[in-house]
Design a protein around this ligand. Structure first.
Ligand code: NAD
Ligand code: MG
Length: 296
């Protein structure tokens, strides 16, 4: 007999065809159709991160926004990093964090700059009084069919955003992180099963896996854990701003066993778990949230 309390994962959230909707990067998620679900109306906190001070890159939209909202609802103060063009999305996140009576710090700027990648740590520490969790979610993805068409500018920009900034931010953060701190990176199914049109992006996502595992070993003696989340196809601004060719947008996510794209809200609990003491015996781990696409 079926239980009416159960939710079928196949038809939870949007599972129709997405309208084509080109925007130039980084894009605004408030202009997307449907607007990605970052748990604004649904995420319920349970004091799992009370008193923590958390820095989330890419916290204005998509997966980073879902993490930022969840962190605030779990009792954390949250600083978010985003590009200046994304101010309207970031303003909404600030309101959502403040609605939980938590502090919100807005840090607009470009993570391709070493100075900025380090400055965000100093600003977070001075505004929030310290730093306990780093959730590194910002990323750049541009679909390009042929390797010959990947310009050095795109290559550099993708590696600086996805890889270099992680080094710089963590270098600046380490003096402030104490035992029990947690670092969370964001890899991808593309770091296991790369698409032919995402050569530069997929390379960075493979690199993030290696970085996470090696850094976890390096920081374990200090009592600092490092883990990564590898999402499958998730409905976000990254995808409609050139992450996929527009022709692939209507069927985005349909290739998964669960036959739909994931929503950012479906990743929030894992970002919370890896930030909290509940995962204290977990480090160097990469968790897939992929709609059933196998990692490896
Ligand atoms: P998103 O566009 O909503 O978020 C990405 C964010 O990265 C942007 O909002 C922007 O603030 C930030 N960013 C990009 N370049 C930046 C720069 N130079 N300086 C400062 N900030 C910058 O999309 P998303 O899908 O939520 O992406 C979040 C992460 O998830 C990325 O690392 C992405 O690679 C990863 N990911 C996404 C998917 C997916 O299907 N959406 C799948 C696997 C992994
Ligand atoms: Mg954004």
């Amino acid at each position: 007999m079926s239980n009416e309390q159960n939710v079928n994962p196949l038809d939870e959230y949007f599972n129709g065809k997405f309208p084509k909707q080109p925007q130039s990067p980084p894009g605004l998620q408030k202009e997307m159709d449907p607007v990605p679900d970052c748990g604004e109306a649904t995420y319920k906190g349970n004091d799992q991160l009370k008193g923590k001070r958390i820095l989330v890159t890419g916290g204005d939209s998509g997966i980073g926004r879902a993490a930022a909202i969840a962190y605030a609802r779990e009792g954390a103060d949250v600083a978010i990093v985003y590009l200046p063009e994304e101010q309207p999305d970031a303003d909404e996140v600030k309101k959502l964090i403040e609605a939980e009576n938590q502090k919100a710090v807005l840090l607009p700027g470009d993570l391709r700059s070493e100075d900025f990648s380090k400055e965000i740590v100093e600003k977070t520490v001075s505004e929030l009084g310290g730093l306990d969790v780093l959730a590194l979610v910002a990323g750049k993805q541009q679909s390009t069919s042929n390797i010959e068409d990947i310009t050095t500018e795109q290559l550099t920009s993708t590696f600086e955003t996805n890889i270099y900034s992680m080094f710089w931010t963590i270098q600046a953060a380490l003096p402030h992180l104490s035992e029990g701190a947690s670092i969370i990176t964001t890899s991808s199914i593309q770091g296991y099963s790369p698409s032919e049109n995402l050569l530069d992006y997929a390379s960075t996502k493979f690199a993030i896996r290696g970085f996470t595992i090696a850094l976890a070993k390096q920081l374990a003696p200090k009592g600092i854990r490092v883990n990564s989340i590898a999402p499958g196809p998730i409905w976000t601004a990254l995808q409609v701003t050139g992450g996929q060719p527009q022709d692939s947008i209507p069927e985005f996510g349909k290739e998964t066993p669960l036959k739909r794209a994931g929503q950012p809200a479906e990743l929030a609990h894992q970002y919370v778990y890896l930030a909290s003491e509940k995962s204290n015996y977990v480090t160097g781990e990469i968790s897939g949230i992929t709609g059933g696409l196998p990692l490896g």
